[in-house]
Design a protein around this ligand. Structure first.
Ligand SMILES: *[C@@H]1O[C@H](CO)[C@@H](O)[C@H](O)[C@H]1NC(C)=O
Ligand SMILES: *[C@@H]1O[C@H](CO)[C@@H](O)[C@H](O)[C@H]1NC(C)=O
Ligand SMILES: *[C@@H]1O[C@H](CO)[C@@H](O)[C@H](O)[C@H]1NC(C)=O
Ligand SMILES: *[C@@H]1O[C@H](CO)[C@@H](O)[C@H](O)[C@H]1NC(C)=O
Ligand SMILES: CC(=O)N[C@H]1CO[C@H](CO)[C@@H](O)[C@@H]1O
Length: 529
């Protein structure tokens, strides 16, 4: 009896020792060794368990900016930042040569396990695909995201802009000015664009019925479920603990109530997507030539007509959800940030409006703004140099993605002089360069002029809001066109005014952006001026 308890006690002590070693000693020792070896070429951060998140969190509460520490860290010879995330080590490279080595070698890494929602919703999408499967998917989707193809979305984007901002105008007939939730309004445009580009016009009003019986548009439910699944890791310590140890498998056992509730919602989202896919498949099965240009039809066409097709329902739905997630919130936040800056810099706003009116007036002698907007062409957008520069400057200052999605090393390797061990995380902070005074004079100042004489393809290594290498953002051209279109429509119809009542806090959540959405007012502009 006594012996058994000694063994049990011994086992427990051993487990605790292993745990403490993994959580505290191992990451700390490795970071210290790196610091010793590389000196001021590396900056290291260690916080038990929380790792770099502690830095984000303290900087948010103290400096109102989660990434304040990166904005002040620049030094000539820094090549990497190194820190712990739970028990693991992450090397975040900022040196050009090393960044290139990481991104040109995608097969030496796999993507890190994401949260419950991300894995469940788009685990089979291009975002997580590898090797041949990734190549096939990128090629397939690439056809539709090709620069030339994207032009065809312009009429759709214009139509949706008209509809969404018309509603704002209607509200403004009763009020002189209106507090605007900038990102939310822009997301009404971007979410419908992705929806219609993917499903065509068949499913405009897809809603989800929640467990309490209420109904919610699928777009809103999707964004909320993803946000909630991240919040869960903050609130539910058991879920967090399981996630840190078991990654994507952590929800397969000992499910907490919180996990189960999110999982149920995710299942509901997927099921309603599946119904849409099935319905359309049945229609097309009879006559595949009816297939339209939207993604769903193109996938189904391949599935029905190509015997070797590797496309399946899971892949279709996961890619829809992935594109939806990647294309709605990021583009909405980018445009929201631009609107904030335009409200704070009235001179730039005035010039931007003049640019839009001047370019659109070339199409006809009409001065009525809704007519001007209706005649906007793709070439017009290409000529809007200041509008383009405003979006780029907004992306530089507040990039929705501050780093690439962390990757996990599949084997031991060397990146430059840095030793990477199997299982280490590797990433790249875009925000480091984008706030580097060596590359941008007065980096904290909003100054779109710095982009006016820079071709879009130039400098693509120190300005990489859409990531880089072969796995960069597939939707970047579409995002820029949507952003320009929305800004043109808004500038024609409204004056953008600052809301000084609301504190400006820059927070890193799923993406990086303003914590509060109501930083601006709109005021209706008189026509004919
Ligand atoms: C950010 O947070 C860290 C960790 O608490 C702190 O040491 C650092 O001084 C902060 N940096 C800034 C710029 O506030
Ligand atoms: C930072 O800028 C340099 C110089 O333009 C570039 O070579 C490097 O790749 C950039 N790093 C990142 C992380 O974008
Ligand atoms: C999750 O489970 C799969 C098999 O079910 C396994 O291959 C994988 O390594 C597990 N992942 C983690 C992070 O434990
Ligand atoms: C602008 O022109 C459109 C189309 O001709 C018309 O429907 C609309 O009422 C006009 N708006 C104003 C304010 O004149
Ligand atoms: C995912 C994410 O962080 N989205 C943010 C976009 O911007 C709005 C307004 O600032 C935030 O409320 C969202 O959380």
């Amino acid at each position: 009896m006594i012996l058994v308890s000694y063994i049990a006690l011994g086992a427990i002590v051993l487990l605790i020792a292993i745990f403490i070693y993994n959580l505290i000693l191992y990451p700390q020792i490795r970071l210290n060794l790196m610091k010793q070896k590389h000196g001021d070429k590396i900056k290291t951060f260690f916080h038990i368990g929380e790792g770099i998140f502690k830095e984000y969190y303290t900087n948010l509460t103290q400096k109102k900016d989660s990434v304040a520490f990166i904005r002040g860290i620049h030094q000539k010879n820094i090549k990497a930042l190194a820190y712990n995330l739970g028990t693991r080590i992450c090397l975040n490279f900022v040196d050009p040569e090393l960044v290139k080595q990481v991104h040109q070698n995608p097969e030496a890494f796999r993507k890190n396990d994401a949260s419950l929602a991300i894995t469940f919703l788009f685990g089979n999408s291009i975002l997580f695909a590898k090797g041949k499967s990734w190549q096939r998917q990128r090629q397939f989707l690439g056809k539709s995201f090709h620069f030339e193809e994207i032009k065809n979305y312009l009429p759709l984007i214009k139509e949706i802009c008209d509809k969404v901002f018309e509603r704002v105008s209607e509200k403004l007939t009763q009020n002189d000015q209106l507090e605007i939730n900038a990102v939310k309004i822009c997301e009404q445009v971007t979410s419908e664009v992705v929806f219609r580009a993917f499903f065509g016009s068949t499913t405009q009003n897809l809603v989800i019925t929640r467990q309490d019986g209420s109904q919610i548009p699928i777009a809103d439910e999707l964004i909320q479920a993803i946000m909630n699944s991240f919040q869960l890791l903050k609130k539910d310590k058991i879920a967090l603990f399981k996630y840190l140890i078991f990654g994507r498998n952590s929800t397969k056992f000992l499910r907490t109530q919180g996990e189960q509730s999110i999982l149920n919602r995710l299942i509901a989202i997927k099921e309603s997507c599946l119904q849409v896919v099935q319905q359309r498949k049945n229609q097309l099965q009879n006559d595949p030539t009816q297939a339209k240009k939207n993604f769903l039809d193109q996938y189904l066409y391949d599935m029905i007509t190509n015997k070797q097709s590797e496309v399946n329902n899971e892949e279709i739905i996961d890619n829809f959800l992935g594109l939806f997630f990647a294309g709605t919130d990021t583009t909405g936040n980018m445009t929201g940030v631009a609107l904030y800056y335009l409200s704070r810099y009235p001179d730039i706003q005035k010039q931007a409006r003049e640019e839009v009116i001047q370019i659109l007036s070339q199409n006809s002698n009409k001065r009525n703004h809704s007519e001007l907007f209706s005649q906007l062409t793709f070439e017009n957008l290409q000529n809007m140099n200041l509008i383009n520069s405003i979006l780029k400057e907004s992306l530089r200052l507040i990039p929705p993605a501050i780093e690439v999605f962390p990757r996990v090393a599949i084997h031991n390797m060397k990146i430059g002089e840095f030793q990477i061990k199997k299982g280490d995380l590797v990433s790249t902070y875009f925000i480091y360069n984008q706030s580097n005074p060596e590359l941008y004079q007065d980096p904290e100042i909003f100054n779109p002029q710095r982009w006016m004489n820079v071709k879009d393809s130039q400098n693509n290594f120190n300005f990489t809001p859409f990531s880089l290498g072969p796995r960069n953002c597939i939707g970047q051209h579409l995002a820029m066109i949507e952003g320009k279109c929305m800004l043109a429509c808004i500038l024609l119809n409204f004056d953008i005014l600052p809301n000084y009542q609301q504190e400006v806090v820059k927070e890193l959540r799923v993406i990086y952006g303003f914590q509060k959405d109501n930083l601006i007012y709109f005021k209706q502009r008189k026509q004919n001026n």
